[in-house]
Design a protein around this ligand. Structure first.
Ligand code: 4AD
Ligand code: MG
Length: 431
């Protein structure tokens, strides 16, 4: 029995007879020969079925085979300099597992909404493969970074009793007799974790009922959130900078082929080296105004402002010290200028905008109580969180990096909808 191998391992089997289990990607015939492109998830290989080499029934199976039919082929691996993978297979046997119905996604152009409706099939295409393999690499790299530096992975809950990032984007769910919200961020729990373990991070899905149909907003997205006890804003920014430099370099090193397949200018990613520019909110405001943007002090930046700002630099820019009034309740005011919060956003270049939000947390009990009440948040829901300021409170900082926005930037995609296997958008809950 010929050994079952994956296309990605084919180089090790030159001259041997092997079995490939996969699906028919495309097919072309010239009378006596069928050229089947078989994909098995790890790659695509050309399988040549020659009338002279196989039995009549086997030759006929491959004849009228519809795209995406599942088949198992057996054949001999031979070197082929014209092949993108360097090898092809001279087929000796074909076994049909299921003859597919007419496949809805053809090589012709389809609209985005059609493709999104068929996302469960669309992910079989080479472009989606490239994006999602880069995603897998990005996630591994993010976790490696913290794992290698002594951070403890601490999973945050998905059902939460209160808001972290503002009450307007909460998804409420029934929770027996009570109600709960899907988490917007694991941060508050990471703060508890940092007091217990020093350096922690969580990685998981987060949810926001964002009523905005922009190219940057998903209602369900994945975030990696480190939190470190005794870190100030400065150290937090150093960490974010080092982290982003690392993940970009790793993804470029491991997934260059996929990035190039997507047409990404990898040289732009290779420029992402420390130090990243750091500007204050006030400086950012000047930059925006000199670019003709009419914005008054105190307003948060939206997508348009972020696009303009991030276009000014060839690497990510860190904007720090936003007005406290436009930021979350947990942020520590700058002791030198209390109307500013000790926070930072990192904006990716080439117009991509915010990929990281974070900063130093308010660690004083009275000030935090004050900030909760100013933002009309229910103190009782945060009582456990206030405990962290009652029992050994210390300065601490952290941040959250959104995987999908980071991936959109790395891959050079206009919209985040292709950066997650099954996107959830305001108007998309299916498939
Ligand atoms: O800036 P945000 O809201 O920060 C927080 O949630 C903090 N509690 C994180 C922390 O300090 N631990 O969100 C962080 C990042 C953003 O920079 C962005 O990359 C991503 O999460 N993000 C979204 N990504 C896709 N769709 C959305 N609707 C997003 N909202 C935020
Ligand atoms: Mg933010």
């Amino acid at each position: 029995m010929a050994e079952w191998i994956y296309v990605s391992d084919i180089a090790r089997y030159q001259g041997e007879e092997v079995t490939i289990k996969g699906w028919l990607y495309t097919k072309r015939s010239s009378g006596k020969i069928h050229f089947l492109q078989i994909r098995d998830g790890t790659g695509t290989v050309q399988c040549v079925v020659s009338k002279n080499d196989v039995s009549q029934p086997v030759f006929e199976i491959s004849d009228g085979l519809p795209q995406e039919s599942s088949i198992i082929i057996r054949g001999v691996v031979r070197a082929d300099p014209r092949s993108p993978i360097g090898y092809e297979i001279g087929v000796t046997d074909v076994q049909l597992v299921q003859a597919a119905e007419e496949y809805p996604i053809s090589p012709k152009e389809h609209g985005v909404s059609f493709l999104m409706d068929h996302r469960h099939l669309w992910i079989r295409s080479s472009r989606q493969h490239a994006i999602l393999k880069i995603r897998s690499e990005l996630i591994r790299t993010c976790r490696d970074y913290f794992d290698q530096r002594g951070f403890v992975l601490l999973d945050a809950p998905i059902f939460t009793p209160a808001a972290c990032e503002g009450t307007t984007t909460l998804f409420q769910v029934d929770y027996f007799e009570d109600k709960a919200y899907l988490t917007q961020s694991g941060q508050l729990y990471m703060e508890a974790g940092a007091m217990a373990f020093g350096k922690v991070y969580c990685f998981g899905p987060t949810f926001r009922a964002e009523k905005s149909k922009t190219r940057r907003h998903l209602t369900e997205f994945w975030m990696i959130e480190p939190e470190v006890a005794y870190y100030t804003l400065k150290e937090d920014m150093d960490l974010a900078e080092d982290f982003v430099e690392y993940i970009v370099a790793q993804v470029v090193a491991k997934r260059r082929q996929e990035l190039e397949y997507l047409g990404r200018e990898v040289t732009k990613l290779e420029k992402v080296r420390k130090p990243f520019p750091r500007i204050s909110y006030d400086q950012a405001l000047d930059l925006l105004r000199s670019n003709g943007v009419d914005i008054s002090w105190g307003e948060d930046f939206g997508g348009d402002e972020e696009t303009i700002l991030s276009n000014q630099f060839d690497r990510p820019v860190m904007v720090h010290r936003y007005p406290a009034q436009c930021k979350a309740f947990y942020m520590k005011p700058d002791p030198e200028t209390p109307r500013l919060a000790l926070c930072v956003d990192m904006l990716a270049p080439e117009g991509y905008g915010e990929i990281i939000g974070g900063g130093e947390r308010e660690n004083n009990l009275e000030s935090l109580e004050e900030q909760l009440s100013q933002q009309n948040l229910p103190a009782e829901a945060f009582n456990w969180y206030l405990d962290l300021r009652r029992y050994g409170s210390v300065p601490h900082s952290g941040f959250g990096l959104g995987i999908e926005r980071t991936l959109a930037w790395l891959c050079g995609l206009h919209h985040v909808r292709e950066t997650i296997p099954f996107p959830r958008l305001m108007e998309r809950l299916r498939p």
